[in-house]
Every structure is written in C-alpha cells, then in structure tokens.
Design a protein around this ligand. Structure first.
Ligand SMILES: [Zn+2]
Length: 434
C-alpha cells in the first residue's frame, strides 16, 4: 500500500490514519490463516492463526517482526449468541440492537502482528487466579468438563516459568487459554489450544522417553512463548530460534522444575533424535525466510550446552533470568543475545553461538589415543577457527574438564580408548575416537 499525503508531514508530530477495508478471507497455510468452521452442534467457529503466512492474510498491517504497536484495541462485532476471545483484557460488550454484539478487548503491551487473534464461537467461560495473574479459560460446552480438568495445568506452568524468569509478562491483560480446532498457537495473552485435553502432544509421547505424557505439551510450549516470542521477540524470522529454541528449552526447564534435574536432562537429550543438521538454524535476513526445524530441538540442546559451559547452576539461572529481564518487551537479534552472554560471563562465546546457529554441523571432538605412551590428543573439528569450548571427558564417576580448541593438545590418561567417555548429555557434540 502506498499513501500520498496532501501536505508534507512534519517530523516529531503525531498523525493518525484511518483504514477501512473489507473482504472474504480464504483458508490458507499451516493452520488456515483464518478459518470458518462449525462446531459439532452447528455453531460457527471462527479462528485465526497466521504466524507463517503473516497477519496480512486477514487484516492490513505492517506485516514484519522488527516493530510492534505499543498497544491495541480490538473490537469485534458478531451475532448475539456467539463469544469473541481476542488478546488483552476484556473491556466489555455492547448489544448493537441489530442481532449483533460488539466485544471489546484492550491490549496493554506491545504485540506482534501475527499474535493478534480472533476466536469466535459458542464458548463457555470459567476463570481462576494465580497470585496477581487473572486466568480465563474458554471451551466449547461439550468439552467444558475436560477443559476444567486439563487447563488447571496452566497454574504449574506459570509457577515454573515465573520461578525462572520473573513475573508473567502480561499481567494487565491476564492469561487466557482458548479451545480451537488446530493444535495450538502462542497468541499473546490468549494462547490457543487444540491438544485433545490430553497429556503429551496430540496424545503422543512427544519425546519418547516416558516424560512427555506427564503434562500437556501445548499448554507448556505455547505458553513458554509468552516470555520468549511475545515479550522478547526476534526482529526477523531468520532469528526465530530466539522464540522456538528458547520455548523448547523452557519445556526442559518445566520438566526440571516439576520432576528434577535428571528428568530435565533426559527430556532435553531425547530431542537429539529430532535434530537433522541439514542447514544452519539462522537463515538469510530480510526475506521473511523460515528457519529449519532444528531451531527448536537443536536450539534447546545448544542452550543446554551453554549451561554446561557456564558450569554453575546458580550462575546459569541468574544469567538466563537477567537475560530475559534485560530484553523483555523488546525486539532483538542473535547479536544482542551473544553480546549479553559474552558480557555477563566474561567469555568469548561468539564462536560457540556461531558454530551451533550459523553452521550446519555440531562440534566433533577428535580424540587420538597413544596407548604406548598413555596419552590422548584432542581437538575440535568445527567451522569456526576460534572455537574453544570446555567439555567433560573420561569417566562419569570422575569427569575431567578439558578445553579443546581447533589445535591438537595432548594429555596423559589412564583410561583405555574403549572406556573413555564424553559427557554428551551435557554438551551437544559428537566424537571421533581413533
Ligand atoms: Zn513454538
């Protein structure tokens, strides 16, 4: 859209523009963009989910990630017998006297375009409270009982993420969970849910190690985006691992918070089987490119590797808490993340971030054993020439931390090649022993 103004606009002054538009959107893309369905009792059920294709599939906007509006009013006029649930705080509804009712919502925080949503249907509403956070839940009548049971998991989820990162980012808007006909989406303060009111992901053991079926994947993953994706947002889709790698890592933290560190680690490492290593996680900028699926699982395994590099849980949890607090409500790029981690740790982690995010292969630890002399030589085989990363090797009962670089180093070892181990559950690396 191009706009010609009748006079030259003056810098520093605020102007407003009214847009009037109409249309008949058609279903397209992953979750349909905007869909016009009916529920089992024949009521209209209309939902939006447009992250991939972009919000301009159903409303005009600056359809990009680098800038967000400060706040937003959403007013939706629908037939009297239906309910609209959008983002933000419910302000009120007005009977327009013509068979339609207007539902008014107010978003108090910056919001990215793809998060703006409509959920129109024959919704039943119930509510709860967790500390200062109002909780509002919406489900279809036939699923209300199941929702009342399953949606209680929102409380434990909020407690876990508030524990690690600080208060829920959108308290004035409240937290909402809304039943929809697709699996789910992180719409800001109005998370949508279609996970069959069952634990796991669409009733599967998502990570395959017996932990996923203890909780509802969609409630935990999509809500994790309230901190990473909605509060902290990437400026470009190229750097979307800031949303998905972190949200996946937050699942791991949820497991650790609920079931302990060992299960957290087991859950994290179960994601290895989903990693492809076919192309770098960060894609070309400025072309609305979609990163490969590795942004989720390899992203989380990389963040877990960073934790092992920091090698001090108290320090790690303070670091990621402060990282979130420093950048909350902002739009950032990977460079901002790297600079923050470098500054806070006093380490040069740039080659490590680069290797995991901007190259295809994970680091390979080359080990050469000399049994005659009782030594082992080691180095990293990587794309980044300045790559240096500590790693625990030897025996799990008595790990030894070494700091290989891309140059060969040699140390004595009493462990035989066949018994020599690498802590690959703490560092996402592979090894080549010869
Ligand atoms: Zn996600």
């Amino acid at each position: 859209m191009f706009i010609n103004f009748p006079e030259t606009l003056k810098a520093g002054r605020e102007y407003t523009i009214d847009f009037y538009y109409s249309g008949n959107p058609v279903e397209t893309a992953r979750f349909g963009g905007i869909t016009f369905k009916k529920d089992s009792s024949g009521h209209p059920w209309i939902n939006t989910a447009c992250e991939d294709i972009g919000a301009s599939v159903w409303w005009p906007n600056k359809d990009q990630w680098r800038d967000e509006v400060e706040n937003m009013e959403i007013n939706v006029e629908i037939p009297n017998d239906l309910v609209d649930v959008s983002n933000g705080k419910f302000v009120g509804k007005k009977d327009l006297g013509d068979g339609y009712t207007r539902w008014d919502w107010l978003v108090h925080y910056p919001i990215n375009s793809y998060d703006v949503s409509l959920n129109i249907g024959n919704y039943q509403h119930f509510s709860d409270q967790l500390g200062d956070v109002p909780l509002d839940f919406y489900a279809l009548p036939e699923d209300l009982d199941k929702a009342k049971k399953q949606f209680m998991q929102a409380k434990g989820m909020l407690e876990a993420f508030q524990h690690y990162f600080g208060e829920y980012p959108f308290i004035k808007d409240g937290y909402k969970l809304i039943q929809v006909p697709y699996s789910g989406m992180e719409h800001q303060s109005a998370v949508t849910y279609g996970n069959h009111f069952a634990n796991g992901y669409l009733e599967r053991d998502w990570t395959g190690v017996g932990i996923s079926l203890r909780f509802d994947f969609i409630i935990v993953h999509e809500s994790a985006h309230e901190w990473f994706g909605n509060s902290i947002t990437a400026q470009d889709r190229s750097d979307m691992w800031i949303h998905e790698g972190w949200a996946t890592y937050l699942e791991c933290l949820y497991v650790e918070y609920m079931y302990g560190k060992e299960d957290g680690l087991k859950y994290t490492n179960a994601y290895k089987r989903k990693v492809q290593n076919k192309e770098p996680i960060i894609t070309k900028r400025g072309i609305n490119g979609t990163p490969p699926q590795d942004e989720y699982f390899k992203g989380a395994l990389f963040i877990n590797t960073l934790r092992s590099i920091v090698n001090d849980d108290d320090r790690w949890f303070k670091l990621i808490h402060d990282f979130y607090q420093h950048f909350k409500y902002q739009n950032i790029m990977t460079e901002d993340v790297v600079a923050y981690f470098n500054q806070q740790t006093g380490m040069n982690l740039t080659p490590v971030f680069n290797q995991y995010l901007r190259h295809t292969q994970i680091p390979i630890l080359d080990l050469k054993f000399d049994s005659a002399n009782g030594t082992v030589s080691y180095r990293w085989e990587v794309d980044e020439p300045d790559f240096a990363m500590p790693v625990r090797v030897g025996s799990p009962q008595n790990w030894q931390t070494i700091v290989p670089t891309t140059k060969w180093q040699t140390m004595p070892t009493s462990i035989d090649k066949n018994d020599f181990q690498i802590a690959t559950d703490l560092y996402f690396v592979s090894a080549f022993l010869q």
